[in-house]
Design a protein around this ligand. Sequence first.
Ligand code: GLC
Length: 812
Amino acid sequence: MIPAPQLSSSLAAVSRSRDAGRQCAGPFGYFDEPRREYVITRPDLPTPWINYLGLEAYCALISNTAGGYSFHLDPRDRRLLRFRYNHVPMDRPGRYLFLRDEARATFWSLTWQPTCQALGPGAFECRHGLGYTTIRTRVQGLDATVEYLVPPRDPVELWTATLRNTGRLARQLSLFSYAEFCILQALMDQTDFQYTLNIAKAVRSGRLLLHLTNYFPDAGRRHLAFFGVDRALSGFDCDREAFLGPYQGEGSPQVVAQGRSRNSIASGGNPIGSHWIRLRLRPGQSTTIRFVLGASVSPAHAARMTRRYTRPSAARKARAELAASWERYLSHMRVQTPEPGVDLLINTWNAYQCRVTFNWSRSASYYESGIGRGMGFRDSNQDTLGVVHAIPDRVRARILTLARNQFARGDAYHQYFPLTGQGDKTGYSDDHLWLIVSTMAYLKETGEYVILKTRTPFVDGPPASLYEHLARALNYSYAQLGPHELPLIGVADWNDCLNPTGPRAQAESVWVAEFLYYVTNEMIALARRLGCRMDAARWARKAARLRVAVNRHAWDGAWFIRAFDDRRRPIGSHRCREGKIHLNAQSWAVISGITTPDRARRCMDAVRRFLDSPHGIRLCAPAYTTYDPSVGAVGTFEPGLKENGGIFCHANPWAMMAEALLGRADRAFTYYRKIAPTFRNRLADVHQAEGYVYPQFIAAPPHRDAGRARNSWLTGSAAWNYVFATQYLLGVRPTLDGLLLDPCLPQAWPGFCMQRIFRGARYDIHVRRARAGYRGMRVDGRPVPSRLVPVFRDRRVHRVELALAETRNGSR
Ligand code: GLC
């Protein structure tokens, strides 16, 4: 066993100090880093701040007031709990528990929503942890804590409510639970009411409420949802309308107001699960009520699950397993830097978000309904970059699944749905090329080349090796060149909304050219290593021509043009009225190495001059004010939002990487801080979205809400900011030959430490700035001539020391 770089070491202890978390506090809460929790101190945030529970097959989204929904395996085809997206009031319904004081005939919710009762100071706290959320409220002398958790092994969620009477009088109480079921097929559930409102079936069986609606995609197998509790019921409801009463919302259910369940079953209509439990609490007395909700295949299995997880010991075990599994996951890389905001992200929160995005791509969030968007092909490939060091086997499996979504001629489906495996949408010019990026990341991390020989079928062709899949992806792009010998943009490239149309379908993408150049060089390196010299030579010739084409046609004088429209007119040129400069064509000119050092510096200077803003780098400027089909849907967004000149957090780290490659450390780090959630948390009232995860974008000037973040959680921002921080800023970068140390530290930093598990050994890396004395690298005390750390694979700990020379812009 490799010793886990964990709590025993001073490194982890320091970087998880209470202080670090408090330093990044904001108006709505703070990081409790020793517990790896984000603590939210008021319920009524500008947007719901959510968490994802469930490591593998089961997923429960939950907000700071218990809103959210659940699914098993697939948010479209196996949806368990319903959500009303974009509803007023927002964030409904959820996993609610209503408490009714029988003597006073008053009631409230243990999670604030949906009754939204007035709360005194300190009467609310939500703690989002890794895979669990706890909400505390104090109302009328009753302290309540509800913990929501998804155990690692089974497709269930546990709601554990603890009530304590802090007053002087005994209390007679009724607790009503509420969960609204979805009929498994989320699309039908939201659209085809003439059908769905006549199929629902939900009944009581002892302490269990069973949702048995007879509609499921994989016919022949029964799927049901269940909701059980650990004690006898005084009543129940399975019909939503019976529970709420006519014209009532979730905040004022008639059953709760009157203190009596209707004992309704659902037979058509809207199925719910609501238990009625009567409680008596003496002063000082507390009690814990355990609910289990989940997916099952039979009532007997549901009963077993409920029995298992309502046992306090099972819940304790699940909690311990969950914690251990996250500790294991996070133990692969730990850092201590002079910036608590960086440590919080790398050690916990950015890594956590990377895992969630890896699991669910862009499918199911508060902004994505889990219906139209499945697992994105380009998205999922990029998501592997944030997790490959910790779960290489899962990444390997994902790469092979993605390869199955490729066509024999080389291009790929844009997305697929996890349960059915069904692919959807084609024609994007970059999708297939991302398979090269994920595979290379896997190879650089693990050195396991055998994956290249693994054979998987194409959508429309017999199995071929992964190497063949990659080669076809590359060759396909070279077969799709337009009038300037640049890749045709097709439906769109990475920028989904830069989709110029026209009768000739001749629009070209300069960014794809740069990206293609980058992946071609990756493939050349791979082919050489594998002894495929012919491939390497052929691709080198193609890359050379691409380089000429880009530098000849796409240099605009001070930056690179982004694309050419169908009539060969430039997009992203000083000659354009709007959208004169686009970010990606500059950052990737540097990352790909396709241009000269002089142009590389100049185009990134133009980025700073024309795209930088106080809240991050805009994707283009000036934003488009009208929709022009020859440019694309980008002009449909309000100026400053999303791809239309918004601060696209996915593309920002590419600019940071480019600056790091140019050695301009302070500039790179300034960009990083502008969008990093831990640094922005102080501005939470402006930023609005979660202070612990990246959003897809932040509104930019000229928008009146500049600084406001939207579309949090499922975004490529997670993986790429993680890649920038760990591989470029700290510069610990896996290569085919081993771990390269190439830090690019801000001037103010004296150094940093990292513990990193890599190819079967643990590296304790200490980087410091050397004003005098020895400069260079030592491994286990011995000088090493290069910056490449040897691969040991000996399951031991190795000490790596790097003394950096000073440079004008920081240390390299
Ligand atoms: C969204 C998409 C991603 C795309 C990006 C830019 O994040 O999920 O695939 O690259 O927008 O348009």
